[in-house]
Design a binder for this molecule. Structure first.
Ligand SMILES: Cc1cc2nc3c(=O)[nH]c(=O)nc-3n(C[C@H](O)[C@H](O)[C@H](O)COP(=O)(O)O)c2cc1C
Length: 480
Protein backbone atom coordinates (compact mmCIF):
# COMPACT_ATOMS: atom_id res chain seq x y z
CA UNK A 1 0.00 0.00 0.00
CA UNK A 2 2.74 2.39 1.00
CA UNK A 3 4.64 1.54 -2.17
CA UNK A 4 1.58 2.28 -4.23
CA UNK A 5 1.04 5.60 -2.51
CA UNK A 6 4.66 6.65 -2.86
CA UNK A 7 4.32 6.31 -6.62
CA UNK A 8 1.89 9.16 -6.73
CA UNK A 9 3.54 12.53 -7.29
CA UNK A 10 1.32 14.23 -4.75
CA UNK A 11 2.33 11.82 -2.03
CA UNK A 12 5.96 12.20 -3.06
CA UNK A 13 5.95 15.96 -2.75
CA UNK A 14 4.15 15.76 0.60
CA UNK A 15 6.77 13.28 1.81
CA UNK A 16 9.57 15.56 0.61
CA UNK A 17 8.15 18.60 2.35
CA UNK A 18 7.66 16.63 5.55
CA UNK A 19 11.15 15.14 5.45
CA UNK A 20 12.75 18.50 4.66
CA UNK A 21 11.06 20.08 7.63
CA UNK A 22 11.82 17.23 10.00
CA UNK A 23 15.47 17.04 8.98
CA UNK A 24 15.96 20.77 9.62
CA UNK A 25 17.28 21.39 13.15
CA UNK A 26 14.94 23.49 15.28
CA UNK A 27 16.02 27.11 15.38
CA UNK A 28 17.82 27.94 18.62
CA UNK A 29 17.36 31.56 19.71
CA UNK A 30 20.22 31.73 22.21
CA UNK A 31 23.42 33.66 21.50
CA UNK A 32 22.29 34.93 18.16
CA UNK A 33 22.78 38.16 16.20
CA UNK A 34 19.57 38.84 14.37
CA UNK A 35 18.45 41.07 11.53
CA UNK A 36 15.26 42.67 12.89
CA UNK A 37 12.01 42.73 10.93
CA UNK A 38 11.88 45.87 8.81
CA UNK A 39 9.21 46.74 6.27
CA UNK A 40 10.72 47.16 2.79
CA UNK A 41 14.22 46.47 4.10
CA UNK A 42 13.91 42.81 5.09
CA UNK A 43 13.39 41.40 1.60
CA UNK A 44 15.44 38.52 0.17
CA UNK A 45 18.58 40.37 -1.06
CA UNK A 46 19.07 42.22 2.24
CA UNK A 47 18.44 39.08 4.26
CA UNK A 48 21.02 37.15 2.25
CA UNK A 49 23.51 39.98 2.60
CA UNK A 50 22.94 40.11 6.37
CA UNK A 51 23.66 36.37 6.57
CA UNK A 52 26.79 36.80 4.47
CA UNK A 53 27.92 39.59 6.80
CA UNK A 54 27.52 37.42 9.91
CA UNK A 55 23.92 37.60 11.13
CA UNK A 56 22.81 34.25 12.55
CA UNK A 57 19.09 34.68 11.99
CA UNK A 58 17.18 36.98 9.65
CA UNK A 59 13.57 38.15 9.95
CA UNK A 60 11.38 39.08 7.02
CA UNK A 61 9.58 42.38 6.95
CA UNK A 62 6.17 42.16 8.59
CA UNK A 63 3.77 40.41 6.22
CA UNK A 64 0.06 40.68 6.84
CA UNK A 65 -1.87 37.41 7.26
CA UNK A 66 -4.68 38.46 4.90
CA UNK A 67 -2.20 39.06 2.11
CA UNK A 68 -0.33 35.81 2.72
CA UNK A 69 -3.42 33.67 2.99
CA UNK A 70 -4.59 34.47 -0.50
CA UNK A 71 -1.17 34.13 -2.07
CA UNK A 72 -0.15 31.29 -4.33
CA UNK A 73 3.04 29.36 -3.56
CA UNK A 74 5.11 28.59 -6.62
CA UNK A 75 8.63 27.51 -7.44
CA UNK A 76 10.62 29.87 -9.59
CA UNK A 77 13.19 27.54 -11.16
CA UNK A 78 14.97 30.35 -13.01
CA UNK A 79 15.80 32.14 -9.76
CA UNK A 80 15.90 29.06 -7.54
CA UNK A 81 13.35 30.65 -5.24
CA UNK A 82 9.96 29.92 -3.76
CA UNK A 83 7.58 32.79 -4.40
CA UNK A 84 4.29 33.59 -2.70
CA UNK A 85 2.43 35.56 -5.29
CA UNK A 86 -0.67 37.73 -5.06
CA UNK A 87 -3.00 36.24 -7.69
CA UNK A 88 -4.88 39.51 -8.18
CA UNK A 89 -1.94 41.44 -9.60
CA UNK A 90 0.98 39.00 -9.73
CA UNK A 91 3.15 40.85 -7.20
CA UNK A 92 5.55 38.77 -5.17
CA UNK A 93 4.40 39.05 -1.56
CA UNK A 94 7.26 36.96 -0.20
CA UNK A 95 10.27 35.44 -1.95
CA UNK A 96 12.72 33.06 -0.31
CA UNK A 97 15.37 30.52 -1.24
CA UNK A 98 17.13 27.49 0.22
CA UNK A 99 20.21 29.52 1.20
CA UNK A 100 18.30 31.15 4.02
CA UNK A 101 15.65 28.59 5.00
CA UNK A 102 17.40 27.22 8.09
CA UNK A 103 17.94 30.74 9.48
CA UNK A 104 14.79 32.48 8.36
CA UNK A 105 11.97 33.76 10.55
CA UNK A 106 8.87 35.19 8.95
CA UNK A 107 7.15 37.96 10.85
CA UNK A 108 3.40 38.06 10.51
CA UNK A 109 0.90 40.77 11.33
CA UNK A 110 -2.31 39.18 12.58
CA UNK A 111 -5.22 39.62 14.93
CA UNK A 112 -6.82 36.24 14.42
CA UNK A 113 -5.59 32.86 15.67
CA UNK A 114 -7.30 30.72 13.03
CA UNK A 115 -6.08 32.87 10.17
CA UNK A 116 -2.56 32.97 11.61
CA UNK A 117 -2.55 29.19 11.82
CA UNK A 118 -3.71 28.78 8.23
CA UNK A 119 -0.86 31.03 7.11
CA UNK A 120 1.62 29.21 9.34
CA UNK A 121 0.68 25.89 7.73
CA UNK A 122 1.03 27.36 4.26
CA UNK A 123 4.49 28.70 5.05
CA UNK A 124 6.17 26.40 7.50
CA UNK A 125 8.02 24.27 5.00
CA UNK A 126 9.85 27.37 3.70
CA UNK A 127 10.83 29.02 6.98
CA UNK A 128 12.39 28.01 10.29
CA UNK A 129 10.45 30.24 12.64
CA UNK A 130 7.26 32.26 12.76
CA UNK A 131 7.11 35.55 14.66
CA UNK A 132 4.03 37.56 15.51
CA UNK A 133 4.33 41.33 15.53
CA UNK A 134 2.96 42.65 18.82
CA UNK A 135 4.80 45.94 18.93
CA UNK A 136 3.96 47.98 15.87
CA UNK A 137 2.35 51.28 16.96
CA UNK A 138 1.31 52.37 13.43
CA UNK A 139 -2.33 53.27 12.87
CA UNK A 140 -2.78 50.58 10.22
CA UNK A 141 -1.79 47.86 12.71
CA UNK A 142 -3.69 49.23 15.69
CA UNK A 143 -6.92 49.70 13.72
CA UNK A 144 -6.69 46.11 12.52
CA UNK A 145 -6.16 44.83 16.09
CA UNK A 146 -2.61 43.82 15.20
CA UNK A 147 0.86 44.90 16.39
CA UNK A 148 0.85 46.92 19.62
CA UNK A 149 -2.96 46.53 19.86
CA UNK A 150 -2.23 43.01 21.10
CA UNK A 151 -0.25 44.41 24.05
CA UNK A 152 -3.55 45.77 25.33
CA UNK A 153 -5.28 42.45 24.74
CA UNK A 154 -2.98 39.81 26.26
CA UNK A 155 -5.66 37.08 26.19
CA UNK A 156 -5.98 37.38 22.45
CA UNK A 157 -2.19 37.58 22.06
CA UNK A 158 -1.82 34.39 24.11
CA UNK A 159 -4.56 32.61 22.15
CA UNK A 160 -2.81 33.35 18.85
CA UNK A 161 0.53 32.12 20.16
CA UNK A 162 -0.90 29.00 21.84
CA UNK A 163 -2.79 28.05 18.67
CA UNK A 164 0.37 28.36 16.61
CA UNK A 165 2.65 26.61 19.10
CA UNK A 166 0.29 23.62 19.41
CA UNK A 167 -0.27 23.14 15.72
CA UNK A 168 2.91 24.07 13.87
CA UNK A 169 6.16 22.13 13.55
CA UNK A 170 8.39 25.22 13.66
CA UNK A 171 9.18 27.43 16.66
CA UNK A 172 6.94 30.42 17.26
CA UNK A 173 8.01 33.74 18.79
CA UNK A 174 6.60 37.22 19.20
CA UNK A 175 8.06 40.70 19.25
CA UNK A 176 6.68 43.11 21.81
CA UNK A 177 7.47 46.51 23.30
CA UNK A 178 7.90 47.10 27.02
CA UNK A 179 4.93 48.46 28.99
CA UNK A 180 5.20 51.67 31.04
CA UNK A 181 5.36 49.58 34.24
CA UNK A 182 8.08 46.95 34.85
CA UNK A 183 5.85 44.50 36.78
CA UNK A 184 3.23 44.68 34.04
CA UNK A 185 5.93 43.96 31.49
CA UNK A 186 7.14 40.93 33.43
CA UNK A 187 3.57 39.63 33.87
CA UNK A 188 2.92 40.02 30.16
CA UNK A 189 6.12 38.20 29.19
CA UNK A 190 5.30 35.38 31.64
CA UNK A 191 1.81 35.02 30.21
CA UNK A 192 3.14 34.89 26.65
CA UNK A 193 5.98 32.52 27.63
CA UNK A 194 3.35 30.10 29.01
CA UNK A 195 1.95 29.59 25.52
CA UNK A 196 5.02 27.60 24.47
CA UNK A 197 6.87 30.24 22.43
CA UNK A 198 10.55 29.55 21.82
CA UNK A 199 11.76 33.10 22.56
CA UNK A 200 10.50 36.65 22.84
CA UNK A 201 11.84 39.72 21.07
CA UNK A 202 11.53 42.87 23.18
CA UNK A 203 11.95 46.37 21.82
CA UNK A 204 13.22 48.34 24.82
CA UNK A 205 10.75 51.21 24.31
CA UNK A 206 7.09 51.66 25.15
CA UNK A 207 4.40 51.88 22.52
CA UNK A 208 4.41 55.69 22.70
CA UNK A 209 8.16 56.15 22.59
CA UNK A 210 9.77 56.97 19.25
CA UNK A 211 13.11 55.83 17.84
CA UNK A 212 14.86 59.04 18.96
CA UNK A 213 13.98 58.31 22.61
CA UNK A 214 16.53 56.51 24.73
CA UNK A 215 15.84 52.79 25.07
CA UNK A 216 15.51 51.09 28.49
CA UNK A 217 18.06 48.28 28.70
CA UNK A 218 17.55 48.15 32.48
CA UNK A 219 13.95 47.04 31.95
CA UNK A 220 15.07 44.26 29.63
CA UNK A 221 17.67 43.18 32.17
CA UNK A 222 15.00 42.88 34.87
CA UNK A 223 12.69 40.94 32.54
CA UNK A 224 15.50 38.61 31.48
CA UNK A 225 16.19 37.84 35.15
CA UNK A 226 12.53 37.10 35.85
CA UNK A 227 11.72 34.70 33.01
CA UNK A 228 13.40 31.61 31.62
CA UNK A 229 12.67 31.80 27.88
CA UNK A 230 15.33 33.41 25.66
CA UNK A 231 15.04 37.18 25.47
CA UNK A 232 16.01 38.87 22.22
CA UNK A 233 16.96 42.47 23.00
CA UNK A 234 16.06 45.16 20.51
CA UNK A 235 16.14 48.94 20.33
CA UNK A 236 19.83 49.73 20.64
CA UNK A 237 20.66 51.03 17.15
CA UNK A 238 20.95 54.60 18.38
CA UNK A 239 24.31 53.71 19.90
CA UNK A 240 25.47 51.13 17.40
CA UNK A 241 28.21 52.05 14.96
CA UNK A 242 30.14 48.80 14.88
CA UNK A 243 29.96 45.11 15.67
CA UNK A 244 31.18 45.49 19.26
CA UNK A 245 28.32 47.92 20.01
CA UNK A 246 25.81 45.15 19.29
CA UNK A 247 27.42 42.92 21.90
CA UNK A 248 27.58 45.83 24.35
CA UNK A 249 23.83 46.38 24.07
CA UNK A 250 23.16 42.66 24.50
CA UNK A 251 25.27 42.69 27.66
CA UNK A 252 23.54 45.81 29.02
CA UNK A 253 20.19 44.08 28.55
CA UNK A 254 21.36 40.76 29.98
CA UNK A 255 19.69 39.21 26.95
CA UNK A 256 20.24 35.84 25.29
CA UNK A 257 20.30 37.36 21.83
CA UNK A 258 20.16 40.72 20.14
CA UNK A 259 18.20 42.03 17.19
CA UNK A 260 19.34 45.01 15.10
CA UNK A 261 17.17 47.18 12.86
CA UNK A 262 18.25 50.74 11.95
CA UNK A 263 21.99 50.24 12.33
CA UNK A 264 21.74 47.33 9.88
CA UNK A 265 19.46 49.29 7.57
CA UNK A 266 22.25 51.86 7.18
CA UNK A 267 25.13 49.41 7.07
CA UNK A 268 24.36 45.73 7.24
CA UNK A 269 28.07 44.92 7.58
CA UNK A 270 27.62 45.89 11.23
CA UNK A 271 27.13 42.13 11.66
CA UNK A 272 30.68 41.59 10.46
CA UNK A 273 33.17 40.61 13.14
CA UNK A 274 36.06 41.99 11.05
CA UNK A 275 34.64 45.48 10.81
CA UNK A 276 32.43 47.52 8.52
CA UNK A 277 32.77 47.28 4.75
CA UNK A 278 33.08 50.49 2.70
CA UNK A 279 29.66 51.70 1.58
CA UNK A 280 30.27 51.24 -2.15
CA UNK A 281 31.44 47.67 -1.70
CA UNK A 282 28.34 46.94 0.32
CA UNK A 283 26.01 48.55 -2.21
CA UNK A 284 27.68 46.57 -4.98
CA UNK A 285 27.16 43.31 -3.13
CA UNK A 286 23.56 44.26 -2.42
CA UNK A 287 22.85 45.18 -6.05
CA UNK A 288 24.29 41.90 -7.33
CA UNK A 289 21.84 40.06 -5.07
CA UNK A 290 19.01 42.29 -6.30
CA UNK A 291 19.87 41.33 -9.86
CA UNK A 292 20.33 37.64 -9.04
CA UNK A 293 16.93 37.47 -7.34
CA UNK A 294 15.10 39.86 -9.64
CA UNK A 295 14.27 42.22 -6.81
CA UNK A 296 11.73 44.97 -7.46
CA UNK A 297 13.61 48.18 -8.50
CA UNK A 298 11.66 50.42 -6.10
CA UNK A 299 12.64 48.15 -3.23
CA UNK A 300 16.31 48.10 -4.26
CA UNK A 301 16.22 51.90 -4.59
CA UNK A 302 14.74 52.35 -1.12
CA UNK A 303 17.42 50.18 0.48
CA UNK A 304 20.29 51.87 -1.37
CA UNK A 305 18.88 55.26 -0.35
CA UNK A 306 19.12 54.19 3.27
CA UNK A 307 22.76 53.27 2.79
CA UNK A 308 23.63 56.47 0.92
CA UNK A 309 21.97 58.79 3.44
CA UNK A 310 23.30 62.36 3.00
CA UNK A 311 25.37 61.27 -0.02
CA UNK A 312 22.11 61.47 -1.95
CA UNK A 313 22.95 65.18 -2.23
CA UNK A 314 26.12 64.54 -4.26
CA UNK A 315 25.99 64.53 -8.08
CA UNK A 316 26.15 60.76 -8.05
CA UNK A 317 23.40 60.63 -5.43
CA UNK A 318 21.19 62.91 -7.51
CA UNK A 319 21.74 60.75 -10.55
CA UNK A 320 20.82 57.74 -8.47
CA UNK A 321 17.60 59.38 -7.30
CA UNK A 322 16.46 59.72 -10.89
CA UNK A 323 16.84 55.98 -11.54
CA UNK A 324 13.73 53.93 -12.10
CA UNK A 325 15.07 50.58 -13.18
CA UNK A 326 17.54 48.14 -11.68
CA UNK A 327 19.64 48.51 -14.82
CA UNK A 328 19.90 52.27 -14.27
CA UNK A 329 20.88 51.84 -10.62
CA UNK A 330 23.45 49.19 -11.53
CA UNK A 331 25.08 51.48 -14.11
CA UNK A 332 26.00 53.88 -11.31
CA UNK A 333 27.90 51.17 -9.44
CA UNK A 334 29.54 49.87 -12.66
CA UNK A 335 27.35 46.78 -12.69
CA UNK A 336 25.52 47.65 -15.90
CA UNK A 337 26.98 44.76 -17.85
CA UNK A 338 26.39 42.34 -15.01
CA UNK A 339 22.75 43.40 -14.81
CA UNK A 340 22.18 43.17 -18.56
CA UNK A 341 23.83 39.75 -18.80
CA UNK A 342 22.05 38.32 -15.79
CA UNK A 343 18.63 39.66 -16.76
CA UNK A 344 19.06 38.16 -20.21
CA UNK A 345 20.11 34.85 -18.69
CA UNK A 346 17.10 34.85 -16.35
CA UNK A 347 14.77 35.56 -19.23
CA UNK A 348 16.28 32.67 -21.17
CA UNK A 349 15.79 30.44 -18.15
CA UNK A 350 12.14 31.42 -18.19
CA UNK A 351 11.92 33.85 -15.28
CA UNK A 352 8.33 34.42 -16.19
CA UNK A 353 7.76 36.99 -13.48
CA UNK A 354 4.12 37.64 -13.09
CA UNK A 355 2.82 35.89 -16.15
CA UNK A 356 1.42 32.73 -14.60
CA UNK A 357 -0.76 34.47 -12.08
CA UNK A 358 -1.74 37.62 -13.91
CA UNK A 359 -5.36 38.46 -14.45
CA UNK A 360 -6.15 38.62 -18.19
CA UNK A 361 -6.17 42.47 -18.41
CA UNK A 362 -2.79 42.75 -16.72
CA UNK A 363 -1.42 39.98 -18.93
CA UNK A 364 -2.59 41.78 -22.07
CA UNK A 365 -0.98 45.02 -20.89
CA UNK A 366 2.30 43.27 -20.12
CA UNK A 367 2.35 41.50 -23.49
CA UNK A 368 1.77 44.80 -25.22
CA UNK A 369 4.68 46.30 -23.33
CA UNK A 370 6.94 43.38 -24.14
CA UNK A 371 6.07 43.69 -27.81
CA UNK A 372 6.81 47.40 -27.65
CA UNK A 373 10.16 46.71 -26.00
CA UNK A 374 11.09 44.16 -28.70
CA UNK A 375 10.07 46.60 -31.40
CA UNK A 376 12.17 49.23 -29.73
CA UNK A 377 15.22 46.97 -29.65
CA UNK A 378 14.74 46.27 -33.36
CA UNK A 379 14.38 49.98 -34.10
CA UNK A 380 17.74 50.65 -32.49
CA UNK A 381 19.63 48.58 -35.09
CA UNK A 382 22.46 50.70 -36.50
CA UNK A 383 21.97 53.45 -33.90
CA UNK A 384 25.04 54.70 -32.02
CA UNK A 385 24.17 54.09 -28.39
CA UNK A 386 25.74 55.21 -25.12
CA UNK A 387 24.40 55.21 -21.58
CA UNK A 388 24.01 58.94 -20.96
CA UNK A 389 21.38 60.10 -18.50
CA UNK A 390 20.27 63.69 -18.85
CA UNK A 391 20.44 65.72 -15.64
CA UNK A 392 18.84 69.14 -16.02
CA UNK A 393 20.46 70.57 -12.88
CA UNK A 394 23.94 70.29 -14.40
CA UNK A 395 23.19 72.86 -17.12
CA UNK A 396 23.51 76.54 -16.29
CA UNK A 397 20.90 77.74 -18.80
CA UNK A 398 18.69 76.62 -21.67
CA UNK A 399 21.40 77.77 -24.09
CA UNK A 400 23.67 75.05 -22.78
CA UNK A 401 21.18 72.20 -23.11
CA UNK A 402 22.39 69.41 -25.45
CA UNK A 403 19.52 69.85 -27.93
CA UNK A 404 20.24 73.58 -28.21
CA UNK A 405 23.98 73.04 -28.54
CA UNK A 406 23.45 70.46 -31.28
CA UNK A 407 20.99 72.72 -33.10
CA UNK A 408 23.45 75.63 -33.05
CA UNK A 409 26.27 73.33 -34.15
CA UNK A 410 24.16 72.13 -37.12
CA UNK A 411 23.57 75.74 -38.19
CA UNK A 412 27.23 76.61 -37.86
CA UNK A 413 28.35 73.67 -39.99
CA UNK A 414 25.65 74.16 -42.63
CA UNK A 415 23.81 70.89 -41.85
CA UNK A 416 20.07 70.32 -41.50
CA UNK A 417 18.80 70.60 -37.92
CA UNK A 418 18.58 67.31 -35.99
CA UNK A 419 15.24 65.58 -35.62
CA UNK A 420 13.97 63.27 -32.92
CA UNK A 421 11.71 60.26 -32.58
CA UNK A 422 10.73 58.85 -29.19
CA UNK A 423 9.89 55.34 -28.01
CA UNK A 424 7.86 54.68 -24.91
CA UNK A 425 7.90 51.55 -22.76
CA UNK A 426 5.47 51.67 -19.85
CA UNK A 427 6.34 55.03 -18.18
CA UNK A 428 9.88 55.30 -19.54
CA UNK A 429 11.23 56.92 -22.70
CA UNK A 430 14.13 56.60 -25.12
CA UNK A 431 14.74 58.83 -28.10
CA UNK A 432 16.68 58.59 -31.34
CA UNK A 433 18.34 61.72 -32.63
CA UNK A 434 18.90 61.74 -36.42
CA UNK A 435 21.63 64.07 -37.54
CA UNK A 436 23.69 64.23 -40.71
CA UNK A 437 22.76 60.71 -41.85
CA UNK A 438 23.52 59.07 -38.50
CA UNK A 439 21.21 58.07 -35.61
CA UNK A 440 22.12 58.40 -31.94
CA UNK A 441 20.46 57.30 -28.71
CA UNK A 442 21.10 57.07 -24.99
CA UNK A 443 20.41 53.63 -23.50
CA UNK A 444 19.33 55.33 -20.29
CA UNK A 445 15.54 55.24 -20.02
CA UNK A 446 14.27 58.67 -19.05
CA UNK A 447 11.12 59.69 -17.23
CA UNK A 448 9.76 61.85 -20.05
CA UNK A 449 10.05 62.54 -23.76
CA UNK A 450 11.96 65.82 -23.37
CA UNK A 451 14.68 64.28 -21.22
CA UNK A 452 14.97 61.32 -23.59
CA UNK A 453 15.60 63.72 -26.49
CA UNK A 454 18.23 65.60 -24.49
CA UNK A 455 19.92 62.26 -23.73
CA UNK A 456 19.99 61.35 -27.44
CA UNK A 457 21.43 64.79 -28.30
CA UNK A 458 24.13 64.25 -25.67
CA UNK A 459 25.20 61.03 -27.37
CA UNK A 460 25.31 62.81 -30.74
CA UNK A 461 27.43 65.65 -29.34
CA UNK A 462 29.82 63.21 -27.72
CA UNK A 463 30.21 61.28 -30.97
CA UNK A 464 30.75 64.48 -32.91
CA UNK A 465 33.53 65.47 -30.55
CA UNK A 466 31.53 68.37 -29.16
CA UNK A 467 31.65 67.05 -25.61
CA UNK A 468 34.50 65.98 -23.44
CA UNK A 469 33.78 62.92 -21.35
CA UNK A 470 35.82 63.68 -18.24
CA UNK A 471 34.36 67.07 -17.24
CA UNK A 472 30.91 65.66 -17.80
CA UNK A 473 31.65 62.66 -15.70
CA UNK A 474 32.65 65.00 -12.89
CA UNK A 475 29.51 67.04 -13.02
CA UNK A 476 27.53 63.87 -13.02
CA UNK A 477 25.83 63.68 -16.37
CA UNK A 478 27.77 60.86 -17.92
CA UNK A 479 27.92 57.26 -16.89
CA UNK A 480 29.70 54.44 -18.62
C1 LIG B 1 12.42 50.85 8.21
C2 LIG B 1 11.90 50.13 9.41
C3 LIG B 1 10.91 49.18 9.26
C4 LIG B 1 10.45 48.46 10.37
N1 LIG B 1 9.53 47.47 10.19
C5 LIG B 1 9.20 46.65 11.24
C6 LIG B 1 8.41 45.49 11.04
O1 LIG B 1 8.02 45.16 9.92
N2 LIG B 1 8.10 44.75 12.14
C7 LIG B 1 8.54 45.07 13.41
O2 LIG B 1 8.24 44.36 14.35
N3 LIG B 1 9.29 46.16 13.59
C8 LIG B 1 9.65 46.93 12.56
N4 LIG B 1 10.49 48.01 12.76
C9 LIG B 1 11.01 48.26 14.09
C10 LIG B 1 12.36 47.53 14.28
O3 LIG B 1 12.26 46.15 14.08
C11 LIG B 1 12.93 47.79 15.67
O4 LIG B 1 12.03 47.30 16.63
C12 LIG B 1 13.19 49.28 15.94
O5 LIG B 1 13.73 49.95 14.84
C13 LIG B 1 14.16 49.43 17.12
O6 LIG B 1 15.35 48.74 16.89
P1 LIG B 1 16.71 49.48 16.44
O7 LIG B 1 17.07 50.41 17.56
O8 LIG B 1 17.72 48.39 16.26
O9 LIG B 1 16.41 50.23 15.20
C14 LIG B 1 10.95 48.74 11.66
C15 LIG B 1 11.94 49.73 11.81
C16 LIG B 1 12.43 50.41 10.70
C17 LIG B 1 13.49 51.44 10.88
Amino acid sequence: MLQLLSRSTKWHSFLNKFQNMKSRPKLDYRNKLILAPMVRVGTLPMRLLALEMGADIVYTEELIDLKLIKSIRRHNPALGTVDFVDPSDGTVVFRTCALETSRLVLQMGTSDAARALAVGKLLQQDISGLDINMGCPKEFSIKGGMGAALLANPDKAALILRTLCSNLDIPVTCKIRILPDLDDTISLVEKLADTGIAAIGIHARTRDERPQHRPHPDVLRAVAKAVSIPIIANGGSRNMQKYEDILKFQLECGADSVMVARAAQINVSIFRRDGLLPMDELIEKYLRLCVDYDNAPHNAKYCVQNMLKELQETPRGKRFLQCQTLQQICEIWHLGDYCRRKQKELRTLGNSGRAEVEPPEAQAKRQKMEEAATAITDDFEGVICRSMPFLRSTYASDNHLPKTVLYVYAGRTGKSPPCYETQQCDKLFRAICSYDGQRYSSTFWEKNKKQAEQGAALVALLHLGQLQEEPLRENGSLIN
